[in-house]
Design a protein. Structure first.
Length: 313
């Protein structure tokens, strides 16, 4: 049995892609997208019909309507292939806007429901800012399930769990990137990888204190990070790394276990807004990577908008 099949026995495997052919090849349960992945996919000739349909839909509205429809069109195609859920991201420019995030999420869900998709099959991605967390609290009460993205720290994770967010996506590889640069280190042993250690701590905290929010490790740089997090609720993996796992037949040992987590020495941490903001500010890595992640998603949204305007000429 290859490593991908072994992993699927202990963890829900999610494809981190907007490429439909990769979804057919690796047969993940769920799939997640973001503005960067959608922008890259929208450049491919085989997906132009999804962009063109969105432009026809939104021509009498505005570019935001077209943008939303492009994201949903890709999501709808993905849902034809996978048995589970697709994650669709709220415009990153709303990362500090509670009401704007809520309205955008409702609109995206309405587009999916108008296409006959049950909202249970859609996760709305929100940045793990304080405002994003407040938006998730309201949306979850409405039955709109949230995937909290751009998550780099335990205080962010605790706050997301306290508002009953459905899912968090801690970014393993981006944590590693920051530490390599800050410490001048070219690599870490997989078990010492700072991103792996961060997700392991979050997993142990959630399982020890009985939180229902699921953990989906994301943004991997190598398969060592993935195998060290085997047993995590979900892992979202890019096609090149899925291929590496599929080609390896090395035995895979479960590393994260809910029973072992209950024995963790971690203490309960109450987090309110001022504590959240202070602890995030104290963590240079989390602060910098959160801000950088929002900026980069916004850049790709702007690129998508420019592409739309060009096609509308």
């Amino acid at each position: 049995m290859n490593q991908l099949d072994q992993l699927k026995k202990m963890t829900i495997v999610v494809a981190d892609t907007g490429d439909f052919e990769a979804l057919k090849q690796y047969q993940p349960t769920d799939s997640t997208t973001n503005p960067s992945l959608i922008y890259a996919a929208s450049q491919q000739p085989q997906y132009q019909h999804l962009v063109e349909e969105a432009i026809r839909y939104g021509k009498t509205k505005d570019k935001n309507a077209i943008l939303d429809k492009i994201f949903v069109n890709f999501g709808l195609e993905i849902l034809k292939i996978i048995p589970g859920r697709v994650s669709t991201e709220v415009d990153a420019r709303l990362s500090f806007d509670v009401n704007g995030s809520i309205e955008k999420a409702r609109h995206l869900i309405a587009l999916y429901e108008s296409a006959g998709i049950d909202r249970k099959r859609v996760l709305i991605k929100l940045a793990s800012t304080w405002e994003g967390i407040l938006a998730a609290q309201k949306l979850e009460k409405e039955g709109i399930h949230c995937n909290m993205t751009l998550l780099f720290s335990l205080p962010q994770a605790i706050s997301c769990a306290e508002v009953h967010a459905t899912l968090i996506s801690p970014f393993v590889g981006r944590i590693l990137d920051w530490h390599k640069k800050a410490e001048g280190i070219s690599s870490y042993p997989p078990a010492e990888d700072p991103g792996v250690k961060s997700v392991t701590t979050i997993y142990n905290y959630y399982k020890k204190f009985g939180y229902k929010t699921q953990i989906m490790g994301a943004s991997f740089r190598n398969t060592g990070e993935i195998t060290e997090l085997s047993g995590c609720d979900l892992l979202t993996i890019s096609p090149p790394l899925l291929e590496e796992l599929q080609k390896s037949s090395a035995p895979l040992i479960r590393k994260l276990d809910p029973q072992k987590a209950k024995e963790s020495p971690l203490q309960k941490q109450p987090i309110d807004e001022k504590t959240f903001r202070y602890l995030l500010n104290e963590d240079a890595m989390a602060t910098e990577k959160l801000a950088e992640g929002i900026r980069n998603f916004v850049k790709d949204i702007v690129k998508l908008e420019k592409m739309i305007l060009e096609k509308m000429k």
